[in-house]
Design a protein around this ligand. Structure first.
Ligand code: HEC
Length: 176
């Protein structure tokens, strides 16, 4: 199994420090692949071991994606708008995540980002020490990718899986 970033460990990284695992595909392939290849402890991954989402035919979303919906709306929504749609403060992040690798996403959320341009003062805060963000970073990523493809529509997903035992344990270990 390829080692990958685990939730809070990723939060300790500074921007740009996340490295691609050996044998990983090029960035564009990683960015374009949203299809789930396997499931492990209730979370879905692409063939490149990147967290992703799963929506069943009846609209049921996997639990981590549902968790990502909730965390997004408590931690990111104030700036990035409801459902990742953007606001006057920050760009539509449902589109932003379709244009960057998982690793760059984690690095930006943990380390922040400031683009100087047009005289604007556009700052993405560094959230790497915020457990309410970093313990759920894979969940938030999966949710935003599902929004980006449109596989999850606006609003609260009405049907969801139950959290797995492993997901609960990881949450307790990270938040505790
Ligand atoms: C205080 C407001 C604020 C909050 C809260 C916030 N962001 Fe941001 N974010 C921004 C701004 C502003 C930018 C654009 C920064 C720039 O222009 O460089 C941004 C940029 C980003 C980017 C880079 C997008 C790109 O296309 O380059 C990502 C990824 C991101 N935010 C994710 C998140 C996530 C996930 C959360 C919640 C965990 C979050 N942000 C919470 C204001 C915020």
């Amino acid at each position: 199994m390829t080692p990958r970033l685990t939730a809070f460990a990723a939060g300790m990284l500074v921007a740009g420090a996340a490295a691609l695992p050996a044998g990983a595909q090029d960035d564009q392939t990683l960015i374009e692949t949203t299809q789930a290849a396997y499931e492990e402890d209730g979370r879905y991954y692409t063939e490149h071991d990147i967290p992703t989402y799963q929506v069943d035919e009846d609209g049921t979303v996997d639990w981590p994606t549902y968790s990502g919906f909730r965390r997004y709306h408590s931690e990111c929504h104030v700036c990035h708008g409801p459902d990742g749609m953007g606001s006057t403060y920050a760009p539509p992040i449902k589109d932003g995540v379709m244009d960057m690798t998982y690793y760059d996403f984690v690095a930006v959320v943990a380390g922040g980002q400031k683009t100087d341009g047009g005289g604007g003062n556009s700052v993405m805060p560094a959230l790497g020490t915020n457990k309410n963000v970093m313990c759920y970073i894979d969940d938030i990523y999966a949710y935003l990718r599902a929004r980006g493809t449109g596989d999850v529509s606006r609003g609260r997903p009405s049907k969801k899986d139950r959290p797995s035992e492993a997901w609960r344990e990881a949450e307790n270990a990270c938040m505790g």
